[in-house]
Design a protein around this ligand. Structure first.
Ligand code: SAM
Length: 320
């Protein structure tokens, strides 16, 4: 039996993102998370002269080649992590851009293909690597020690019973399939048909974030955007859970001067930090009821946006 086709990825909050990016004809924009190209298409339709789009997933890049071909030279796809956008742009002789957008997390194509190993709803190899390289989820659950697994589940999945789940995982090793891992977690936590949320949800989220270093990437992407945006350039970031949103919210608060920087390098008495690099920090935008009804994946989305001032980018380590 052939694998079911992945459902198309429906872009989330796309009108709101495009509005926040305030695209003017002739501008150059970065789409840090190309996915199925929903944001990129919308940015091109608004008249951007050039979009440089990143995705760490080679499949997303391959699928995007048709859009590159039909873009008349306006779209460049880069198979790279968005945290490395500064170098990738400079390699293409682009020093500064008018807008950067990030749509954090996995795409529907990644989630729906069982063989990518992201989903507890369909059985597949325990993989979860967006970029298809480096250590997989199976490598982690089969080789990490119990305390490290518990830490990951607690911090990245906010799993209150992290120790119990970690113990069950270690006892069940080796674990090769998503279905096996989901069963181990359900048994450890108790699972009743009709439960609102599958008990495996938090564990899968945690391991995915760990395997792909997603929070570190998000911090790196925000710092990279600060470096590549022109004065007046716009940043728009969509996140899907509170761990990510907290990072974006705090970054914009600190970089706009609304919160002391808490620098590691400055004495505690002097926490004012360098000049603000972002201004016009907008209120968080959430999807309408109509969007959530049409696309349940939009349910937990939050958009945050701001524009770049003309102050120099902060040195690394000034914002944590
Ligand atoms: C939520 S989807 C983006 C969907 C896209 N906005 C659209 O409308 O089709 C996220 C995409 O970003 C990619 N991605 C996630 N983290 C990344 C990172 N650190 N660097 C580059 N791409 C990343 C994933 O592989 C995935 O294809």
């Amino acid at each position: 039996m052939s694998a079911p086709a992945a459902s198309p990825h429906i872009p989330v909050l796309v009108d709101e993102v495009v509005a926040a990016l305030a695209i003017a004809p002739g501008e150059t924009h970065v789409d840090g998370t190309f996915g199925a190209g929903g944001y990129t298409k919308a940015i091109l339709e608004k008249g951007a002269a050039r979009v440089i789009a990143f995705d760490r997933d080679p499949e997303a890049i391959q699928e995007g080649e048709a859009l590159v071909a039909s873009s008349g030279g306006r779209l460049t796809l880069v198979p790279e992590r968005f945290s490395r956008m500064r170098q990738a742009l400079s390699d293409r002789d682009v020093d500064a851009v008018d807008g950067v957008t990030l749509d954090i997390g996995v795409s529907s194509m990644q989630l729906d293909q069982a063989e990518r190993g992201f989903s507890f709803q369909s059985d597949g190899p325990l993989d979860m690597r967006m970029s298809r390289d480096g250590a997989s989820a199976a490598d982690f659950v089969n080789h990490a020690d119990e305390a490290e697994i518990a830490d990951v589940l607690y911090h990245y999945g906010e799993e209150p019973k992290a120790r119990r789940v970690a113990k069950a995982i270690v006892a069940a090793r080796p674990i090769a399939r998503t279905g096996e891992l989901a069963d181990v977690v359900r048994k450890a936590l108790g699972h009743h048909p009709g439960m609102k949320k599958d008990p495996a949800t938090r564990t899968f989220q945690a391991i995915r974030i760990h395997v792909n270093e997603e929070l570190k990437e998000l911090e790196g992407g925000l710092a990279a955007a600060e470096q590549v945006l022109k004065p007046g350039g716009r940043l728009a970031v969509v996140t899907f859970h509170s761990l990510e949103d907290r990072i974006v919210k705090r970054f914009l608060k600190v970089r706009s001067g609304a919160l002391p920087s808490g620098s590691r390098h400055l004495p505690a008495a002097n926490e004012s930090g360098p000049a603000p690099t972002f201004a016009g920090v907008a209120k968080a935008v959430r999807p309408s009821d109509a969007e959530t009804a049409a696309n349940p994946r939009a349910r937990s989305a939050t958009l945050r946006a701001a524009h770049r001032t003309d102050a120099p980018a902060w040195k690394e380590g000034t914002s944590r």
